[in-house]
Design a binder for this molecule. Structure first.
Ligand code: CS2
Length: 516
């Protein structure tokens, strides 16, 4: 919420001086903030970070005070340094569950630096000897990898720039590689780089993209990284949509103070981190996080079930005219569709998950998505689908095809992503504004082809950065996507979803509803 002009308000503004005067029901940091020293840097201080890693860190500081203050770095909008700076780094985290609201002021962020125009402020923090842990939420596309393969996209304009200008980088991989180089030459202290984004094997992908830079730099950087840097994978979870003016007004109305950096989340939270660190480690495992040897089963569970459901509800929801996830879940057809998809097709693709029953997790996830106080817009979740559908939908589809199992339901949201972008094209009347690195490409395809689902599917499946060529060539997958795209682009997309739901399983095991 940075950069907004502040309305004149009779209420006090949140800052350290206000802490002692807040209503008793508002939680406050249970440690001496004045003694807090920076030890963690976080790139991408959005709503999710403030609701998740910063809260875990706040819990840790209260339980076991140590040198783990957070320094936030934004390398993309919004500007946040001033907004949070005025508040001494403090902000309110609301937990909302239908009509219940619970407020707590989080104190773990000591400072936020804006580094949108120039990497220098970011590099200064990241290379500091005080920083022993770097976490990040930079969105799926921040890694500049090719979603279908995980490799660094060497044609990405920021990567082309950073490889040519390694000392003035713009991309996340370029900034991290440069920061590591500065650490190597100045003090050599080890560091953990911990991805908290929903990409598959996020630590492995992060390690790969950073190493590709390091290898090109030469100068012993790749060897130093091998010896002194760890890239653990992690699964992170809490639904925390973009903050709205209404959220800021709720804090003022209910608790009597003004806070421009409010965040809102659900009660549920989870953080599973691969036990592979370099240097000192904030013991988040003492406050609810789990350190494990292998994150893969947790990651599949979360991305295929919870995120898979969100993505499905977002595309089908927009096509059906629903604004938020909870509105889509209140529709009996969509709720039935997503439950059947998860239990019949997604669940069997999951590995055993230590301590978690996948069927119970499915029910818990669906229940989370009905929370009407979490105003998660379908268009927000629909953003950057090209970077999300592999881990949420295409990987379970690939696993099922390998075993000859039905993919009739999982194919529908894949076609949903296509229909969402096709309908944003000029030829389809620009139904809504969209944001996706492949939006332009798909709009051009739609403008050229028009309403021919078969030709549209063929052209979109040929985008090999999104669809692995082996999957795109699979006749069953193609036939299901064509049928679903036709249904979703028709005048009655919800009627189509209803029909798919009504079909008995044994029919769906073989052929799509309409053959190509
Ligand atoms: C959402 C996620 O916008 C999206 O892609 O699916 O941000 C989701 O809410 C989180 O992963 C929940 O942990």
């Amino acid at each position: 919420m940075g950069g907004r002009s502040e309305p004149v308000s009779a209420a006090g503004r949140l800052d350290p001086a206000l802490l002692g005067r807040l209503p008793p029901e508002v939680g406050t940091p249970a440690y001496d903030r004045a003694a807090l020293k920076p030890g963690i840097a976080h790139i991408g201080v959005g709503a999710f970070h403030r609701c998740h890693q910063a809260e875990y860190t706040d819990d840790l500081l209260a339980t076991d005070f140590d040198r783990w203050g957070l320094v936030g770095i934004n390398i993309r909008p919004p500007l946040l340094g001033q907004t949070l700076g005025r508040q001494g780094g403090l902000y309110t985290r609301l937990i909302r569950q239908n009509d219940k609201v619970e407020a707590r002021v989080i104190g773990s962020i000591v400072r936020v630096v804006d580094s949108q125009d120039d990497a220098f402020p970011a590099l200064e923090v990241l290379s500091s000897p005080d920083i022993g842990m770097v976490t990040m939420t930079v969105t799926e596309k921040g890694y500049c990898h090719i979603p279908s393969s995980g490799a660094l996209d060497l044609d990405h304009p920021d990567i082309v720039h950073d490889l040519a200008n390694p000392q003035t980088p713009r991309s996340v991989p370029g900034i991290l590689a440069r920061a590591l180089e500065l650490r190597m030459v100045s003090h050599g202290r080890p560091v953990t780089l911990l991805s908290c984004d929903n990409i598959p094997a996020n630590g492995t992908i992060l390690g790969n993209v950073v190493r590709t830079f390091a290898e090109r730099r030469g100068s012993g950087l790749a060897d130093w990284i091998e010896a002194s840097v760890a890239f653990p994978s992690a699964m992170v979870d809490r639904i925390a949509p973009a903050t709205t003016e209404a959220d800021i007004d709720i804090v003022e109305g209910r608790f009597g103070y003004r806070d421009s950096a409010v965040v809102v989340g659900e009660r549920f939270r989870q953080w599973v981190i691969e036990n592979r660190f370099a240097g000192l480690v904030p013991r988040w495992d003492r406050v609810g996080a789990t350190f494990v040897d292998d994150v893969t089963p947790f990651e599949h569970l979360k991305m295929r079930v919870l995120n898979g459901a969100q993505t499905t509800l977002s595309y089908l929801g927009v096509l059906g005219g629903f604004e938020h996830t909870s509105d889509a879940m209140a529709d009996p057809v969509l709720a039935t569709f997503v439950r059947r998809m998860l239990s019949e097709e997604t669940l069997p693709t999951l590995m055993p998950v230590p301590g978690i029953s996948p069927p119970a997790y499915v029910e818990q996830s669906l229940a989370r998505l009905t929370n009407t106080a979490i105003r998660h817009r379908n268009h927000q979740i629909a953003t950057d689908g090209s970077q999300k559908i592999a881990q949420r939908l295409l990987n379970p589809i690939r696993d099922r095809l390998a075993k000859g199992e039905s993919i009739a339901l999982l194919s529908v949201p894949v076609a949903g992503w296509m229909a969402y972008l096709v309908k944003a094209s000029a030829r389809f009347g620009r139904a809504w504004p969209v944001s996706d690195p492949f939006a332009e490409k798909i709009a051009a395809i739609a403008d050229r082809i028009g309403a021919d689902s078969k030709a549209l599917t063929d052209a979109i499946l040929a985008i090999d950065a999104v669809f692995d060529p082996a999957l795109a060539a699979d006749a069953t997958f193609r036939a299901h996507v064509i049928a679903a795209l036709e249904g979703l682009l028709s005048d009655d997309p919800m009627g189509f979803v209803g029909q798919v739901c009504a079909e008995p399983t044994d029919v769906r095991l073989k052929q799509p509803a309409r053959s190509a």
